[in-house]
Design a protein around this ligand. Structure first.
Ligand SMILES: Nc1ncnc2c1ncn2[C@@H]1O[C@H](COP(=O)(O)OP(=O)(O)OP(=O)(O)O)[C@@H](O)[C@H]1O
Ligand SMILES: [Mg+2]
Length: 403
């Protein structure tokens, strides 16, 4: 019996089955502006309406990622295989329609199996190390990156990945993905007319197609031994993914535990960085999967709130970069000159003013010294005449006495 149906691209809950489960999150999901696709919808329709725009951002220099998230056997691999195929066709279609641009496509593929990273384009199964690059973020060491000759070359490589990927039979899915798979297509493009003429700049971006392993309950998948171990790794990394998405949905203030799993480390920029991301959440309508469906809806509700910061990624040729830097240098010099010359003028004026003040003060000092000298000489004269008068007085007295 089904617990939900899709009606006019809205999720409709079938009452009577959810009494034991808190479905408050579903009412929020009902108001999603995003599309809800029913079981009869084709993957083409899911791609056209839910993923195409994001996937094709890559041809304009914007990083993008398409994820499939959901419980085991709900159709992630089925959907992602279709979406990858349609995206590749549209990307090559775009390339054919833009002969004025020179395109270079590179492809790489990894799987994360029991927390070990493996190159799907190599037969060597040695786990690869993750490196932290200050510019590129987390990268996979020694990962094969094939430069694509054409569409058919890419199809061959996709076939190789499918053959190499870890799958296993469980009670719920006879070809259950036991690993997370990340297929990466990197596209570089430049305008042919400017190539080698010193003006060229190159757009470099990549699109990730991510098919996660499904969350599962050991009791439902009847896992034991190796399957149980795989299942616990799968659930742990999906739990970290859920934590990262929940934390990002609240903003970027707190600690975001990207480093708690290889999956979130590798997908860090797709989750909350320089990328556009579309997430396809797959759910089984079966009543027996009601708890898993609820968890998927919770994840979807949080993921919808996450804001990424996608930018056009431009790499310049050496000549173009040199020209750009020269222009930038000239601009900065001009900027520096203007305020500096203004302050220079004001300094010179201030100095002139001070000079004039000093000269004025010097003149006043000279005048005061002259005045002082004059007064001094007048005083001397007075003192001298006073002394003369006394001498005359005494002479006169002596003369009177002698009479
Ligand atoms: N839209 C669909 N139409 C027809 N068949 C489908 C559809 N989606 C899934 N299936 C079938 O359902 C089965 C399970 O699907 P799939 O393997 O894609 O699930 P999954 O979510 O990837 O599971 P797991 O997490 O175990 O890898 C497959 O046999 C697949 O062919
Ligand atoms: Mg799968």
């Amino acid at each position: 019996k089904d617990v939900w149906r899709c009606w006019r691209q809205l999720l409709v809950l079938m009452l009577g089955f959810h009494s034991a489960v808190d479905f408050s999150v579903c009412s929020a999901f009902l108001s999603f502006s995003d599309r809800v696709f029913g079981p009869n919808c084709s993957t083409r329709q899911v791609y056209e309406e839910g993923a195409k725009e994001v996937a094709l951002s890559v041809v304009n220099g914007i990083n993008s990622s398409i994820f499939a998230y959901g419980q085991t056997s709900s159709g992630k691999t089925y959907t992602m295989t279709g979406i990858t195929e349609y995206s590749v066709m549209d990307i090559y279609d775009y390339i054919e329609k833009h002969p004025e641009r020179e395109f270079m496509l590179k492809f790489s593929a990894i799987e994360i199996y029991n927390e070990a990273v493996r190159d799907l384009l190599s037969h060597d199964t040695t786990p690869l190390r993750l490196l932290d690059d200050p510019e590129k973020g987390t990268t996979v060491e020694k990962l094969t990156e094939e430069t694509l000759r054409d569409k058919d070359h890419l199809r061959d490589l996709l076939g190789m990945c499918e053959a190499q990927r870890q799958i296993g039979e469980t009670a719920l899915n006879e070809a259950s993905s036991r690993s997370h798979q990340i297929l990466r297509l990197t596209i570089e493009s430049s305008v042919k007319q400017y190539l080698g003429k010193g003006k060229s700049s190159t757009l470099v971006s990549c699109v990730n197609f991510v098919d996660l392993a499904g969350s599962e309950r050991a009791s439902q998948t009847a896992s034991a031994g190796m399957r149980l171990k795989e299942g616990s790794h799968i659930n742990r990394s999906l739990l970290t993914l859920g934590k990262v998405v929940r934390q990002l949905s609240k903003g970027r203030n707190g600690h975001i535990p990207y480093r708690d799993s290889k999956l979130t480390r590798i997908l860090q920029s797709s989750l909350g960085g320089n990328a556009r991301t579309a997430i396809v959440c797959t759910m089984s309508p079966a009543h027996t999967h009601i708890e898993q469906s609820r968890n998927t809806l919770l994840f979807a509700t949080c993921a919808k709130e996450v804001v990424t910061n996608a930018q056009v990624n431009v790499v310049m040729s050496d000549k173009a970069l040199l020209k750009h830097l020269q222009r930038e240098l000239a601009r900065l010099e001009n900027e520096l000159k203007l305020p500096e010359s203004a302050s220079c003028t004001s300094h010179v004026e201030a100095l002139r003013e001070k000079d004039a003040q000093i000269k004025k003060l010097e003149k006043q000092l000279r005048e005061l010294i002259e005045e002082k000298d004059t007064v001094q000489s007048q005083l001397n004269c007075l003192l001298k005449s006073d002394a003369d008068d006394h001498a005359n007085d005494r002479a006169a007295k002596r003369w009177v006495l002698s009479l």
